[in-house]
Design a protein around this ligand. Sequence first.
Ligand code: ATP
Length: 302
Amino acid sequence: MNLAVPHAPVNGAEGSGLRVDNITVAYRNGHTALRNASFAIPTGTITALVGVNGSGKSTLFKSIMGFVPLAAGKVEIFNEPAAKALKRNAVAYVPQSEDVDWNFPVLVEDVVMMGRYGHMNFLRMTRAIDRQAVEEALERVGMTDYRKRQIGELSGGQKKRVFLARALAQEGKMILLDEPFTGVDVRTEEAIIALLQDLRAEGRVMLVSTHNLGSVPRFCDRAVLINRTVLAAGPTQEVFTQANLEKAFGGVLRQFVLGGAELHADADPRTVTVLSDDEHPFVIYGNGDEVHEAKRGGKAKK
Ligand SMILES: Nc1ncnc2c1ncn2[C@@H]1O[C@H](COP(=O)(O)OP(=O)(O)OP(=O)(O)O)[C@@H](O)[C@H]1O
C-alpha cells in the first residue's frame, strides 16, 4: 500500500501533473471538509477519486480550481502554482450535474464555445480557430447533431457529453471530472471511458470522481481514496484493495462473499467478493490479487 505523503514521488519517466500538498479546506460555516490532504499524480494517467458522499471529492475539485480558498497547504499543477496553471487555461473542469443551472437559456454550441473564452481577448470575438475547436470537440463526443439545441433540453448523458466537449475545446492538459458517469447509460459510460483513454494517450492527466467502483480497475491507472483527508493514493493495483475500500467506505460499503459449495464443485478455497457502494460493484476473485470486472448492473446484497 502506498499511503499518501507530502511530496510523494511521481513516476520516474512521467512528468508531474498534479501535486496536492497538505491542503486543508474549511467552509464559512466552520465545517472542515478536507484536512491535511496530500497526493501526487503524473501526466498521461487517469486517476479515480473515490469516497463516500460528503467525503470531500467535490471540495477537492473546487480547491484545485481555486473556487474555494485553502486554509493551509498548496496545489501545484504541471510543476507551477495552481493559480498560474489555471490562468493559462491548463485545467478544464466538468462539474457535477447538480452544480449546473440547466435552465440557463444557452445553445449546446455556445456551452462548448465557453471552453474557448480563455483563448479569446476581452471582447470575446470568436475566430475561425475557435469555431473549428468547437466543431472538433462536438464531433469527438458525438454531439454535432445537437449543436443548435438548448442545453436544458438534453438528457443527462447528452449534457455530460456537451460539458466534456467544452473541456476538449478548452484544450486543457488536465481535466477534472466530477462524477461523469452518474445518470448516464452504459453506452455513454463506455464512450466517455474510451474518450478518456484517448486523452490519456495524448499525455493529458485526468482526475475522475466516481461511485462506480467496478469501473475503476478497468480504466484508471491510479486511485485516490478520501474521507475528509487522503486515506490512500497510488497505482490502482496497490491502492484499490478490499482493506482500503473498507477503510474509505466503512459501514456504507455493501459486501457479499461467495465461496465453498456455492461457488465450487471441489475444495477450491478461492472466493468471489463483491464490494459496492450501490453503483457498479467491484468484484474480487481469489485472495484479492486477481481483479475481475464487475458484471454490469449487478447489485450487492447487504
Ligand atoms: N458550500 C458549502 N458550505 C458548507 N459546507 C459545504 C459546502 N459544500 C460542501 N460542504 C460540506 O463539505 C463536505 C464535503 O462535501 P463535498 O460536496 O465535497 O462531498 P463529495 O465527496 O463531493 O460528496 P458526493 O459524493 O455526495 O458528491 C460535506 O459535509 C458538505 O456538507
